[in-house]
Design a binder for this molecule. Sequence first.
Ligand code: PXP
Length: 246
Amino acid sequence: MARNKIRLGINIDHIATIKTNRKTSYPSLIEAVKIAEDSGADLITVHLREDRRHIQDQDLKDIRSVSQNLNLEMALTEEMLGICLQTKPNFCCIVPERREELTTEGGLDISGMTKSKFNFLKEAINAMSKNNIVPSLFIDPDIRQIDSTLESGAKCIELHTGTYSDATDLDHREMEMSRLKSAAEYASDNKIRVHAGHGLNLSNLSKVCRITQIEEVNIGHSVVADSIFKGLKRAVQDFRSALDND
Ligand code: PXP
């Protein structure tokens, strides 16, 4: 049976980094959304961080006003939940956040949450669902975390592919691939939808896409890096072709 087309989420945080670092009005994030969507992106992903190191609050509003399908990544805080409910993205991926990190390092530790944090997670999932926002939880490929996802009421996860992507040793890479496969199977058997992201590029994407349960990938760093040499349009088109021709 032919699998459904995998949705391509393009994360434009790094474009915002250029704009924010120099406090300029360019490069235009609105233009980036339009080019990405016209070139095959199914959704636009942005991470509004608590430290606002790239996307700013106004950027989020501007992006919401032009994007067809918006996926907001955010930490699990009162402030972010308020912004999410006001912005009404189509999807919201809850991620862990540490101030000093270079990027999102590791998934949410849902099984290790305090009772009050876990209750707040359930509240957030509930509030988003009532507002037609599909919540997903960014987790490592770990069965315990999927069991906790089930308890939280979330029906969607994004599997952290960073450890797989960073593995340089072949055995390590295969081990990480098998963790991703088992987690995707377990989630899907339990009626949880599976997305994937982090560290994906044109070289490592195809193996991830062979995991049949994966419905969506979110890609940022490599697509923006590629666009320096070939332009954003071509960079997104190449990821689209890689997904469609796999
Ligand atoms: N998915 C999530 C939840 C992320 O936090 C990130 C990084 O912002 C990505 C996907 C994209 O990762 P990368 O920039 O390495 O492609």
